[in-house]
Design a protein. Structure first.
Length: 117
């Protein structure tokens, strides 16, 4: 009797699956609607994105950098001060505005129009 050769298991383990999901990203989307007698009572729209922080930044998602509940307060204040400084520098580059009123408002006559009856 000859022993059968053992087959090696070629499946993926949980670590490999998580690595792929975090590397490529996973989007789950769905709607839940609760209706009673053809009257919609509640709609829940679910949109879920699972990916690594690096991948999220590559696709333009970085809301956690500016969320005040997640970022240290000093870092947020520093970022806001830097942005305000940049805004002030850009405003100084703009030419001065002579009159704040729009052009249409400047051309209006000063006397009131007679009303039609």
């Amino acid at each position: 009797m000859t022993p059968e050769p053992r087959r090696t298991y070629q499946g993926t383990n949980l670590v490999d699956v998580l690595d792929r999901i975090l590397d490529k990203g996973l989007v789950v989307a769905g709607d839940v609607r609760i209706s009673l007698a053809n009257v919609e009572l509640l709609t829940i729209r679910i949109r879920l994105l699972v990916c690594s922080i690096d991948k999220a930044e590559q696709i333009g998602l970085n809301w956690w950098r500016y969320d005040r509940s997640l970022v240290a307060q000093e870092e947020t204040e520093t970022t806001l001060a830097r942005l305000e400084h940049r805004l002030a520098a850009l405003e100084q580059r703009l030419p001065p505005v002579e009159d704040a009123a729009p052009p249409a408002a400047r051309s209006r006559p000063t006397s009131p129009r007679p009303r039609r009856r």
